[in-house]
Write a protein that binds this ligand. Structure first.
Ligand code: FAD
Length: 315
């Protein structure tokens, strides 16, 4: 059976959940092989989790070079040459998309971007803000596929996890030097694209100070906080928390939209959430078309009530 390369998404020695989704998806195409690119010692911390989630092989490319902006590209390029994988799966995160684009160009591979389903027959995309599902296939060998975080249900499926060291090819006349890497986090809250629950606020929140209502409900639920572009553009919340076409794509188990109208560009980033709850004082707001549960009301009344109920159930 052909190998399927899975680029391991990790931050400071911790595997991101999306990696396990990729390993699960890879099983539909062949034998998953995890590819770890990182500083010396990284693979040792990640190996158990990777094999528990189905990695038959773990390619380890450890390096301390600062000449590479994206060493993952050259490592995957060289593995495509040596392993002839059936496909390469990468998380559709901002970094993942950059790696995927460069890799596809360098290896002349088809690029299937932001897919929400992978099968032996092809991949599926959620398009037009989630209104349609499109099926696609690549006509090239070893297509590069980016998978939307949160769209695959993780299965535990033990793999052999045999480790193999691979070289990080030297950077070709580096034009940039990496001086530091600092992960952006939401403080103690889960990372937006990784969170199982996301509570987002829109222009209806009305001010930066009032975003504390959104944060309060999020913290009661152990959720990440998101924001619509109108909320970001109005200066209510920082841009790295924007959800939507020009922001992050999230697909949590539960998405709560507070004071968000539900424009197509916002839906594009959250429509594949498993359950959507919308709170809006306008009963004709488009967000109710996609909400599983809609509450017509003032968010400043409803959100604190929800928070109180959640806190009461948890105590
Ligand atoms: P509004 O549309 O102004 O809606 C506010 C809502 O709050 C209303 O429905 C109102 O009824 C409700 N409300 C007001 N007060 C309360 C209250 N007290 N209680 C309850 N409800 C209340 N948008 C994104 O979100 N993400 C993107 O990535 C994105 N990318 C874009 C890319 C392009 C190229 C373009 C053109 C637009 C993009 N947009 C994006 C903008 C998008 O079109 C909308 O303008 C934006 O999503 C609206 O944000 P909103 O719903 O918060 O604001």
């Amino acid at each position: 059976m052909a190998e399927v390369l899975v680029l391991v998404d990790h931050v400071e020695g911790e595997i991101k959940k999306t990696t396990y989704e990729l390993l699960t998806a890879a099983r539909a195409l062949g034998e998953p092989s995890a590819v770890v690119v990182g500083a010396a010692g990284t693979a040792g911390k990640l190996a158990d989790g990777l094999s528990a989630h189905g990695a038959e092989k773990i390619y380890v490319a450890e390096h301390d070079s600062t000449d590479h902006l994206t060493p993952e590209v050259t490592v995957l390029e060289s593995l495509i040459g040596s392993a002839s994988p059936a496909a390469v799966l990468i998380s559709a995160s901002a970094d993942g998309k950059e790696v995927a684009g460069r890799l596809a160009v360098r290896t002349n591979s088809g690029l299937l971007g932001d897919v929400v389903g992978v099968s032996a027959d092809g991949v599926s995309h959620s398009v037009f803000g989630g209104a349609y599902t499109a099926e696609a296939k690549s006509n090239t060998e070893h297509p590069v596929i980016t998978v939307r975080p949160g769209s695959i249900d993780i299965e535990e499926n033990a793999g052999a996890g045999a480790q193999e060291s691979v070289e990080v090819p030297a950077a070709n006349s580096p034009q940039a030097t990496v001086t530091s890497r600092e992960p952006i986090t939401g403080g103690d809250r889960p990372e937006l694209t990784e969170a199982t629950v996301v509570v987002s606020g829109g222009r209806g929140v009305g001010s930066a100070d009032d975003f504390s209502v959104v944060e309060g409900l999020a913290d009661a639920l152990g959720a990440a906080v998101g924001a619509s572009r109108a909320a970001v553009d109005s200066g209510y919340y920082p841009p790295q928390f924007q959800v939507g076409q020009t922001g992050k794509t999230v697909s949590p188990q539960l998405y709560i939209a507070l004071g968000i109208s539900g424009a197509i560009q916002h839906r594009a980033g959250m429509q594949t959430s498993k359950t959507i709850i919308a709170v809006n004082k306008d009963d004709e707001a488009p967000i109710f078309e996609i909400a599983d549960y809609g509450i017509v009301g003032d968010l400043f009344t409803v959100a604190p009530q929800l928070q109180e109920h959640v806190a009461a159930r948890r105590s």
